[in-house]
Design a protein. Structure first.
Length: 418
C-alpha cells in the first residue's frame, strides 16, 4: 500500500480491508488520524490509589505549613475516625447475621419415624450444630437437676391423680412452661404471691365449681423445654384416666430463647409432642397454641465467630407459620394464633428472608398485657384465658356436637362475664 497523507494513517481499500487479519486491523487503528485539530490523542489513564493518596498528602502538607495550629489536631481526629470506621467495616463484613428459616416441609409427617428421618439443616439459631444447648427434640429428657423442678413435677402428678376431679371429666388439659404453671399460682411447685391473681382468675374461668363453663387442669413448669414436657407426660402427668376433650399445648419459647435451638429443631420438637399426645389420646383434639411473642434479642456465643444480635420474634413467627400450615393439613390438630392479642397493632406476617439486611420493624407490645421478654401480666393472662375459652367452645361445637346429638347447647352460656 502506497504511502501516507500528512498525519493521516495509511489508506486501505475496502477489498484490501477484507483480507487483513484482526491483528493487522488493530495495527491500522493505532495509526489512525487524530482529532480535528490534528493534535495527537493521549490515552486516558486512571490514576491509581497510590498517586491519589500521594497528591492528597502533598496537599495536606502544603496546607499544614500555613495553618499548623488547626491542621494537625484536625488530622489526628480524622485519622482516629478513619481507623474506627475501618475496624467497624471489617467487623461488619465478618459478622454473621441470622436469617429465620425452616429448610424442610413437615406438614405431611404423620409419625415419629418420619419426623426422625428428616434431616435438620442446623440445630442452633446461629446456623451451626455445636454452639447451643439444643438436645434432640424428639427424645424426652428430665430436668431433675434443676432446683424445684422435681417438686413441681410431683405437684402436677397430684393434680391429675385426684380421682374425684378426674372422674367428673376434664374438658381441657393445658400443657406448657412457666406461663402455664402460673395458672396454678405457683413457680417451680411453690406458691408465689405474684400469681395469686392469675390463679384466682383460672379458678373462676376454668373450673365449674368456681363459676366457669369448663373444667381444666394446668400442667406447666417454669423454664421447661419441649423435651422436658414430653418427659413429664411419659412419667406420670398423662395417666390413663386423664382423657380430656382438648389438649392445649403452649411450649417452645424456651427452646428458642434459652436453648437457642433453630427454628427447625423447635418445630420438629413441637410436632413430636403433638404426635405423641394424638397417638395416645386419639379421641381428643390437640390444639397447638402459637409460641407467645417476645421482643428480646439473642446473641449466640460461638468461639472465634462474631454474631450480630438479633430479635427473637422473626424466628417465633417462622415456627408459628409452619405450625399453622401443619394443622391445616392434619384435621386431628388445631392451631390457635394468640400473637395479635398482645400487640397494639397486628405485626406483619413473616416473609421469605433470603437476606436479612434490615431490622424488622415491629409494632409495640401492649405493656398492660405483656413485657418485651414475653412475661404475661394479670391482664394478659385474663385476655389470653378468655380467648382460650372462646376457642375451646368453637372447637367442641365443631368436633363433638354431632356425637352428642345436640345435647351441648346447655354447656355454654352466651353471657361471658369474667
Amino acid at each position: 500500500m502506497a504511502g501516507t497523507n500528512g498525519n493521516m494513517g495509511p489508506k486501505v481499500s475496502p477489498l484490501e480491508m477484507e483480507s487483513l487479519t484482526g491483528t493487522e486491523i488493530d495495527s491500522l487503528d493505532a495509526q489512525s488520524s487524530p482529532d480535528e485539530d490534528n493534535e495527537p490523542t493521549q490515552p486516558f489513564v486512571m490514576p491509581n490509589i497510590f498517586n491519589l493518596l500521594l497528591n492528597l498528602w502533598t496537599l495536606f502538607i502544603a496546607h499544614a505549613s500555613y495553618y499548623r495550629r488547626v491542621t494537625f489536631p484536625l488530622a489526628a481526629v480524622l485519622i482516629i475516625l478513619g481507623v474506627i470506621g475501618l475496624l467497624d467495616a471489617i467487623a461488619y463484613s465478618t459478622t454473621q447475621r441470622h436469617v429465620a428459616s425452616v429448610s424442610h416441609d413437615y406438614t405431611n409427617a404423620h409419625s415419629i419415624y418420619e419426623l426422625k428421618m428428616q434431616q435438620i439443616d442446623h440445630w442452633c439459631l446461629s446456623g451451626d450444630d455445636d454452639s447451643c444447648r439444643c438436645d434432640d427434640p424428639t427424645i424426652a429428657m428430665s430436668k431433675g437437676e434443676v432446683k424445684g423442678w422435681t417438686r413441681a413435677h410431683k405437684k402436677n402428678k397430684e393434680l391429675v391423680s385426684d380421682y374425684d376431679f378426674m372422674s367428673s371429666g376434664v374438658d381441657v388439659v393445658m400443657l406448657g412452661d412457666q406461663v402455664t404453671e402460673e395458672w396454678n399460682g405457683r413457680l417451680f411447685g411453690s406458691l408465689a404471691d405474684d400469681y395469686k391473681g392469675v390463679n384466682h382468675f383460672f379458678k373462676k374461668t376454668f373450673t365449674k365449681s368456681g363459676g366457669g363453663n369448663l373444667d381444666a387442669v394446668a400442667l406447666g413448669i417454669a423454664g421447661d423445654s419441649i423435651t422436658n414436657l414430653l418427659w413429664r407426660l411419659q412419667h406420670g402427668e398423662m395417666p390413663d384416666a386423664l382423657v380430656p376433650k382438648v389438649w392445649w399445648i403452649q411450649i417452645g419459647g424456651n427452646d428458642l430463647a434459652r436453648g437457642q435451638c433453630s427454628e427447625e429443631a423447635t418445630l420438629l420438637g413441637i410436632l413430636r409432642l403433638a404426635e405423641y399426645i394424638s397417638t395416645n389420646r386419639p379421641g381428643s383434639i390437640v390444639v397447638i397454641n402459637s409460641i407467645l411473642p417476645s421482643l428480646t434479642e439473642v446473641k449466640p456465643r460461638i468461639k472465634g465467630v462474631k454474631f450480630k444480635p438479633f430479635e427473637l420474634f422473626p424466628s417465633i413467627q417462622v415456627v408459628n407459620a409452619q405450625l399453622e400450615k401443619f394443622c391445616k393439613k392434619n384435621k386431628e390438630f388445631e392451631f390457635y394464633d394468640a400473637t395479635n392479642l398482645f400487640f397494639t397493632s397486628p405485626p406483619a406476617k413473616p416473609s421469605s428472608q433470603k437476606k436479612n439486611k434490615k431490622k424488622q420493624h415491629l409494632p409495640s407490645l401492649d405493656s398492660q398485657l405483656m413485657d418485651e421478654a414475653g412475661k404475661l401480666t394479670n391482664a394478659g393472662h385474663k385476655k389470653w384465658g378468655n380467648a382460650i375459652v372462646e376457642e375451646v367452645k368453637r372447637i367442641m361445637y365443631d368436633n363433638i356436637y354431632e356425637e352428642q346429638g345436640g345435647l351441648m347447647d346447655d354447656m355454654f352460656t352466651d353471657d361471658y362475664s369474667f
